[in-house]
Design a protein around this ligand. Structure first.
Ligand SMILES: *Cc1c(COP(=O)(O)O)cnc(C)c1O
Length: 223
């Protein structure tokens, strides 16, 4: 199953998005066993993303194939210390306190962390992230932090079926990304798209998608 899913996805993923950028597929591995994650890696997954610090720690040494490590979940400031130096890209810088903590700890340890600024594009109470209208200020302030390198933006679209609205929001994200990218060569990634909406997101200019269900099947929250 996992092998077929990965193969199908890699085949159906366009080589580039409409902006000519390569699209990176990140496997969202929350609640998956190290065995299943390693199967996905053997099948061609190059990047994996965790949501939970405890899971990340527990599984860290059991992952084979040396994938690129992403952290895609909400991160408590008191847990930054467990991740520092082990994560290649943090997708979810959603508040200044987290950016401060990551930068300060990084400075002390001599670690520069690559980050994406999370935007709450649907202004949803259930999601974290900066409002789109605060994105420029967040970018400027976080970029000024010593031990952080801002590499782009991340967003989760609302879980609704209205394609027109989803397209509108995804395009707003691309516009903001585009503006930052024009003045800052470090800006490379627009992380947007999950199993249900990744095609639409790539069409609108996402170049990094995070897929769980499409690779591993429905998550089992019982275990
Ligand atoms: C779980 C998760 C995903 C993947 O969701 P699926 O719908 O299973 O593809 C993507 N991004 C984040 C931040 C997640 O927590």
């Amino acid at each position: 199953m996992i092998e077929q899913n990965v193969q199908k996805l890699l085949e159906s993923l366009p080589k580039t998005n409409p902006f000519g950028e390569k699209v990176t597929l990140v496997a969202a591995v929350k609640l998956q066993s190290p065995e299943d994650i390693n199967r996905a890696i053997s099948a061609g997954i190059t990047d994996i993303g965790d949501n939970h610090v405890q899971e990340f720690k527990d599984k860290y040494d059991q992952i084979t194939g040396n994938p690129v490590r992403h952290f895609i979940g909400h991160l408590q400031t008191n847990k930054v210390k467990y991740l520092l130096g082990k994560v290649d890209l943090y997708h979810s810088l959603d508040r200044y306190a987290l950016a401060d903590e990551l930068s300060k700890r990084g400075e002390r340890a001599g670690v520069v962390s690559s980050v994406l600024i999370q935007i709450n594009i649907g202004n949803e109470a259930t999601k974290s992230g900066f409002a789109l209208e605060d994105a420029d200020e967040a970018y400027a302030r976080i970029k000024a932090m010593q031990s952080l390198k801002v590499k782009g933006l991340m967003a989760m679209l609302p879980d609704v079926d209205d394609e027109k609205e989803l397209t509108r929001l995804a395009k707003l994200m691309r516009e903001k990304f585009e503006k930052l990218k024009q003045t800052d060569p470090d800006i490379q990634y627009l992380s947007m798209g999950m199993s249900g909406d990744w095609k639409l997101c790539v069409e609108c200019g996402s170049n990094m998608i995070r897929l769980g269900t499409a690779i591993f099947g429905k998550r089992n929250y019982q275990n």
